[in-house]
Write a protein that binds this ligand. Structure first.
Ligand code: UD1
Length: 432
C-alpha cells in the first residue's frame, strides 16, 4: 500500500527503453502449462500481475526460476488443476488458466476472477466457446469447475472481438482434436504475441492479426524460448507525460504498427513524431497542446481503451474541447474525478466525456481507482503546478514497473511512500 508524492512542473524528457508488455506476458505465462518441457521467457516486466501469475504457476506445481527479467518455467511437474488462490479473485487474466488447464488436463477449477473495477466484466463469451468445444461447467458459489471428456475443434463466432476470449479459445484449441476457427477474433498485438509463442511451442495457427484465426490441434507442445515484446500502453503513458510537460522523449522498443491510433491522436493534439530506425520513436511536443476533435475507443486497430484515461489526462491541458466516447468498457472514466480535483474541466454523460482544456492544473490529493486511472492521475500530477498525492499505488504497480523510478529517471520529481492508512480506509472516510 503506498502513495505517490509528485512535485509537478518538471519536464519528462530523455531516452527510455520500454519494458515488456503486461497484456502479452499474462496469456503467455498461462500458456506455459501447455508445454511438456521447459519454457524460457525473456523481457518479463516486474509488475504485480506478472509476479502473481508466476505464483499461480508455482501453486499448480510448475518449477519457476527467475533470473533478472528471464523466467524459466517447467510445467512437467504440474500436480493440480484447481487454483485456490486469492489472486484469482483479484486478477481477471487468471481466467486464462481455465483454457490452458482444460487444454492440458481436460479439467480445471478456479474462483471467478476479478481485476480492475472497470465496469461489468463477464466471462460468458469464454464459457460459451468452451461449451461448444465439449466442456461442461458447474458453478458452486464463486467456484467454477470445468471438465471435458474430449475437446473438439469447431467454428466459434464471437459476438464481440474479446481479447481474453480469443486468447482463452486459442489456449484450448491448440490441443483440441481437429480444427477450430475463431471468427470475429480480436486483432490486438497481444494476440499476435500469444500466437507466435504458441507456434514456437509447436502449435499450428494461421491468421493471427486478422478477424479470422484457424487452429489445427496438435497432440503435444514442447518448450520454447520467447522474448516478451514492449508494452505499447507503457510507451503511450510516457508519451502522454512528456507531451503534457513539454519534454522531448525518445522511446526504444515499440512497434510502429501498434502505436498508430495513439500517435494519430497525439499528432492531432499538436505533437510531432519521428521514427528513427525500426524501433526508436522520438516525440517533439508542441508549445501548447490543442484539441478540437473527437476520440472513440474500440478494438484494435481503433484507439485502445487502456490509453483513454491517459489521453483524457493530456487533453485537460489542451486548448479547445474534445469529446471522448468509451465503447469497450462501461464505467471507465474513474480518473475524471481526480483530474477535476486538479482543476480540469470534464463533463461525463454515460459513455461520453467532454473535456474543455484549462490553462493549468494544480496539485491535489487524489485516489487511483484502477490501474490506468492511477497512471492518468500520475501523468496529470507531473503536468500540474505544485504537489500532488496519489493514493492507491497498488493499482499502478499491477501494470507499471517502478513507475516512480522511471519518471524520476526522465526528470520528474516523484516518490513512493508507504501509507499508514489503507486506501480503503481513506475512501470510507471520504464518503462519511
Ligand atoms: C484485455 C486487456 C485490457 C484491455 C481489454 C480491451 C489483458 C490482461 N487485459 O482485457 O487491458 O482493456 O483487453 O482491449 O489483456 N466481454 C463480455 N463477455 C466476455 C468477455 C468480454 O461481455 O466473455 C466484454 C467486456 O465486459 C468488455 C469487452 O467485452 O466490455 C472487452 O473485453 P475483453 O476484450 O475481453 O477485455 P479483457 O480480455 O478483459
Amino acid at each position: 500500500m503506498g502513495m505517490y508524492i509528485v512535485q509537478g512542473g518538471r519536464r519528462i524528457e530523455g531516452e527510455f527503453c520500454v519494458r515488456g508488455s503486461k497484456n502479452a506476458s499474462l496469456p503467455i505465462l498461462a500458456a506455459c502449462i501447455l508445454a511438456e518441457d521447459e519454457v524460457v521467457l525473456e523481457n518479463l516486466p516486474f509488475i504485480r500481475d506478472v509476479l502473481q501469475t508466476l505464483d499461480i504457476l508455482k501453486e499448480l506445481g510448475c518449477r519457476v526460476e527467475v533470473y533478472g527479467r528471464t523466467a524459466v518455467i517447467d510445467s512437467s511437474s504440474l500436480k493440480k488443476t484447481d487454483i485456490d488462490n486469492d489472486t484469482v479473485r483479484k486478477m481477471r487474466s487468471s481466467i486464462l488458466f481455465l483454457g490452458a488447464l482444460l487444454g492440458r488436463e481436460k479439467e480445471a477449477k478456479l474462483e471467478c476472477p476479478g481485476g480492475c473495477a472497470i465496469g461489468r466484466r463477464p466471462i460468458d463469451l469464454h464459457l460459451a466457446a468452451f461449451e461448444r468445444m465439449g466442456a461442461i461447467f458447474q458453478k458452486e458459489g464463486e467456484m467454477l469447475s470445468c471438465r471435458a471428456e474430449k475437446i473438439t475443434g469447431t467454428t466459434i463466432h464471437l459476438p464481440f472481438p474479446s481479447v481474453g476470449a480469443t486468447e482463452n479459445i486459442l489456449l484450448l484449441a491448440v490441443k483440441a482434436e481437429g480444427v477450430t476457427v475463431i471468427r470475429n477474433a480480436a486483432r490486438e498485438p497481444e494476440i499476435i504475441a500469444l500466437v507466435r509463442f504458441l507456434r514456437a511451442m509447436g502449435a499450428e495457427i494461421y491468421g493471427e492479426g486478422t478477424g479470422s484465426i484457424l487452429v489445427e490441434g496438435v497432440k503435444r507442445l514442447h518448450g520454447a524460448f520467447f522474448p516478451i515484446p514492449a508494452d505499447r500502453i507503457e510507451g503511450g503513458t510516457f508519451l502522454c507525460a512528456a507531451a503534457m510537460t513539454g519534454g522531448e522523449l525518445v522511446l526504444k522498443g515499440l512497434e510502429r504498427e501498434q502505436m498508430e491510433a495513439v500517435l494519430e491522436v497525439l499528432c492531432m493534439a499538436g505533437c510531432r513524431f519521428f521514427w528513427e530506425g525500426s524501433d526508436l520513436l522520438r516525440l517533439k511536443p508542441p508549445k501548447r497542446l490543442v484539441s478540437g476533435f473527437a476520440i472513440e475507443t474500440g478494438p484494435f486497430p481503433a484507439f485502445p481503451t487502456d490509453m483513454q484515461p491517459l489521453v483524457m489526462s493530456l487533453l485537460t491541458l489542451a486548448r479547445g474541447r474534445c469529446m471522448i466516447s468509451e465503447t469497450v468498457f462501461e464505467a471507465r472514466f474513474s480518473q475524471a474525478e481526480g483530474l477535476c480535483r486538479m482543476g480540469a474541466d470534464i463533463c461525463i454523460s454515460g459513455g461520453n466525456a467532454l473535456i474543455r482544456g484549462v490553462e493549468t492544473l494544480h496539485g491535489a490529493e487524489v485516489f487511483a481507482k484502477d490501474l490506468r486511472c492511477g497512471a492518468a492521475l500520475l501523468t496529470a500530477a507531473l503536468g500540474a503546478e505544485g504537489e500532488s498525492i496519489i493514493h492507491g499505488s497498488e493499482y499502478v504497480e499491477r501494470g507499471y514497473e517502478k513507475i516512480e523510478d522511471a519518471f524520476s529517471f526522465l526528470g520528474g520529481e516523484i516518490m513512493l511512500q508507504e501509507e499508514r492508512k489503507t486506501y480503503a480506509q481513506k475512501e470510507i472516510e471520504k464518503t462519511e
